[in-house]
Design a protein around this ligand. Structure first.
Ligand code: URA
Length: 485
């Protein structure tokens, strides 16, 4: 009996090299045992492989493609089945084209199961972010596929997440990526902490869950139960199922809508506090806004980013919407654009802590791209929906002057869409009557080429300087003053 030992990784290449030599000597399948890493040693010794090149061996492209799938199945018989097929392909080149052949049927079933498993791992693997130790972000994931497919799936993750370091730990072994892929022996399941991206998965899942269309069987077959324990979003399932009848009743009570615009108005009215329940304080308003579902942005964003600063500020500064940093930290203007804003405010003698800093829209709008979240401008409808909150802030802070940063803030405050290029530096009346000074958004300055950025920054500083002047020399000399200064 010839015994072929296959290594833990690169098994398929090892099988192909041995199978070619065996087939070239026309060794019959029953005379070979295929042993995988960890198999018991052969107590009776084993015959060596025959020398290569006795007879030509030819494999067809469809057979090689089948090997690349079947080789990742967990069935220990697969190597022997593939070898049997290889011998038969020498005589019958179109063997795999015969769908009635029992060997073909069996191999195709194994291949199908591997394809399904690879698809599940691509879809359900969730990375956890680890503390950084260098310039690249680090992630780790634990996954239990049905078959030993680690080497089959990792090229996908290497392509997709090429700009970060990661580790995928499975019962079969560990894949390490730091620009190059390498594999090592299995280790115990690591203890991985949840991270911010898990909240994103949960909000996304809660958003796509339709309580009126519960198909638990389909859910289980699309997302088999065995994966649930490692998926952050499935923790929501029991609660969402329990809550479904109440949500369906509420949907029925809300009635059918006729057109998207009409539906949006109806839902806005149903979900929104009306003027009778208008908050009495900024804290109350912030707490209500935290649960806002006026538009769909709430579902993908991590949280509502409410305004902050001096509740008695004479100056209100309104940006467009929180960015990635603001969404993760829950505070406005803490990312690069916010830093530029704060630096220029300081240059013109305005203290950002004594202003009220907020946004036209309170949720981050983005398009996911791999692990990145690319900023998107809110639509006019989203600005419209969120104006209710901006109005609460304006009523409660009652600023003497408002600075609108960029076109979205200008639209939210003045109701006018005309291009900002013709309006920048001017003062227009807000919808509620107060003066609004229009200027560039600092993120525009960060995006422009150097020469244009310098010019835009100097416009921006001039506009904020004008705001300081409008608020009066007394306020300027004490940094930014509140209304009573
Ligand atoms: N850009 C904004 O408009 N607002 C923020 O809070 C941050 C960046």
């Amino acid at each position: 009996m010839i015994r072929v030992e296959l290594p833990r990784f690169d098994r398929l290449a090892a099988w192909r090299a041995a199978a070619r030599r065996l087939a070239s000597a026309r060794i019959q399948p029953g005379a070979v045992t295929w042993a995988e890493a960890g198999a018991a040693p052969d107590l009776f010794g084993a015959e060596p492989l025959p020398p290569p090149g006795l007879h030509p061996v030819r494999a067809t492209p469809d057979f090689l493609a089948l090997c690349r799938q079947v080789g990742f199945h967990g069935d220990p018989q697969r190597w022997s089945l593939l070898y049997t097929a290889l011998l038969r392909v020498q005589e019958q080149r179109d063997l795999l084209g015969n769908p009635a052949d029992p060997l073909v049927i069996r191999l195709q079933a194994l291949a199908r199961s591997v394809r399904r498993d690879i698809h599940k791992m691509h879809a359900f693997l969730r990375f956890h972010e680890l503390p950084a130790t260098g310039p690249r972000r680090r992630f780790a994931a634990w996954f239990e596929p049905e078959h030993p497919i680690l080497q089959a799936v990792t090229p996908f993750f290497a392509r997709r997440f090429a700009d970060m370091d990661w580790r995928i730990v499975t019962p079969e072994g560990v894949a390490h990526f730091d620009g190059a892929l390498r594999f090592s022996d299995p280790v115990p399941r690591p203890d991985l902490p949840p991270d911010a991206s898990h909240a994103l998965w949960q909000t996304y899942f809660a958003n796509i869950f339709n309580p009126a269309r519960i198909k638990t069987r389909a859910m289980r077959s699309e997302m088999p139960l065995k994966y649930w324990k490692n998926l952050p979003e499935t923790r929501l399932v029991p609660q969402m199922l329990a809550d479904a009848p109440r949500r369906v009743a509420a949907m029925a009570a809300a009635g059918a809508s006729e057109a998207p615009g009409f539906a949006a108005k109806v839902t806005a009215r149903l979900r929104l506090p009306t003027d009778e329940t208008a908050p009495a304080t900024l804290e109350q308003a912030g707490a209500q806004a935290a649960a806002c579902q006026r538009c769909d942005l709430c579902h993908a964003a991590t949280r509502t980013v409410w305004g902050e600063g001096d509740p008695d500020a004479a100056l209100m500064i309104v940006g467009e919407a929180p960015g990635d940093h603001e969404d993760l930290r829950g505070r406005p203007f803490v990312g690069p654009a916010g830093q530029l804003l704060r630096a220029v405010l300081a240059e013109v003698g305005l203290d950002p802590d004594r202003a009220w800093l907020t946004n036209a829209v309170k949720h981050f709008k983005f398009a996911p791209q791999g692990k990145r979240r690319l900023h998107r401008n809110p639509s006019a409808a989203e600005i419209d929906h969120c104006r209710w909150w901006l109005n609460q802030e304006r009523r409660l802070v009652a600023p003497r002057l408002t600075v609108a940063l960029g076109a979205s803030a200008a639209l939210a405050l003045t109701g006018r869409k005309a291009p900002l290029t013709a309006r920048r530096g001017s003062v227009e009346p807000a919808l509620d009557g107060g003066p609004v000074l229009l200027t560039w958004h600092p993120s525009l300055i960060l995006r422009l080429p150097a020469a244009e950025a310098r010019a835009a920054r100097s416009d921006f500083a001039a506009d904020l300087g004008r705001a300081a002047a409008m608020l009066g020399s007394q306020a300027r000399s004490r940094s930014l003053g509140s209304r009573d200064q």
